[in-house]
Design a protein around this ligand. Structure first.
Ligand SMILES: Nc1ncnc2c1ncn2[C@@H]1O[C@H](COP(=O)(O)OP(=O)(O)OP(=O)(O)O)[C@@H](O)[C@H]1O
Length: 253
């Protein structure tokens, strides 16, 4: 039932290795991946989405290995969806068609994809914009359309790379509410720099720094780091995700 990295090695050409023997198991349906710039979050997502392949080791979702051959790669990609940082709408398609197209690409019949598109758009609150051209959507609406595409073909895991970057506070809040609603229906792993995203939305935290997992645990455990490291007499005692994150990265470097 988990996304697993087993002894994964990965490096970009002419660069130092980024991941060496990475072992990571994510089995919480609402997980946030934190880390400073260059930590390896996007690369981890690309490996999890089977957009990049480990040089050694395996990545599996619910035991399916996309590198195994046969139908496993297609099965993996049906189950695991990736929303990259920039969602580019297909030119000339309206929102309903964009979402149906996602289902069709993953092997659904045209009729099934069309029906699934209507259901998925209702789920993300975009039915009213179904006839609008994709390129006319705002950043937040585009992300919701991307999620609708994943829901249309019943993805089991949605990986989202910096989904709230560039969104205004109102759009971030709509997006977070949607993630909270979807938790349980689908597993979600989100990478972000924004520690305030954590409050109430994600139950599990993974902190990555320079290709290494620095922390993995429940959100409460992560917040508790701020309290554990608090200088006596300093601060108001409120666990802050920002403080926990800063302490963790400071302590480990
Ligand atoms: N296509 C690429 N070619 C070469 N090096 C890359 C490539 N993509 C990423 N890197 C390098 O790999 C390392 C990890 O990058 P990655 O984008 O995975 O980190 P990140 O945590 O997502 O960073 P950010 O928060 O800045 O998006 C960095 O040193 C980066 O320069």
């Amino acid at each position: 039932m988990a996304l697993e990295f087993h002894r994964v090695d990965f490096q970009y050409s002419r660069k130092a290795p980024l991941f060496t023997g990475l072992d990571l198991r994510i089995d919480n349906p609402a997980t946030v991946l934190l880390g400073p710039n260059g930590a390896g979050k996007s690369t981890l997502m690309a490996l999890a989405a089977s957009q990049a392949s480990p040089h050694r080791g395996l990545v599996t979702w619910r035991g399916v290995n996309p590198a195994a051959g046969g139908g496993d790669r297609a099965a993996y990609r049906r189950a695991v969806a990736w929303l990259p940082q920039r969602i580019t709408p297909v030119p000339g398609l309206n929102v309903r068609e964009q979402v149906a197209y996602c289902g069709w690409l993953k092997g659904m019949s045209r009729t099934a994809a069309w029906q699934a598109s209507a259901r998925a758009l209702a789920r993300v609150g975009l039915s009213g914009l179904a006839d609008r051209a994709g390129h006319q959507l705002s950043g937040g609406q585009l992300r919701r359309m991307g999620i609708a595409g994943c829901l249309a073909h019943h993805s089991e895991l949605i990986l989202m790379d910096e989904p709230t970057a560039g969104l205004d506070p109102a759009q971030r809040s709509v997006f977070r509410s949607l993630v909270e609603e979807l938790t349980g229906e689908v597993s979600i792993v989100v990478s972000t720099h924004q520690t305030e995203e954590l409050a109430g939305t994600y139950r599990h935290v993974v902190v990555l720094d320079r290709g290494r997992v620095r922390f993995q645990g429940a959100t409460e455990e992560f917040h508790a780091l701020a309290v554990a490291d608090r200088v006596p007499g300093g601060g108001d005692g409120t666990p802050s995700a920002e403080a926990a994150y800063a302490r963790l990265i400071e302590r480990e470097t």
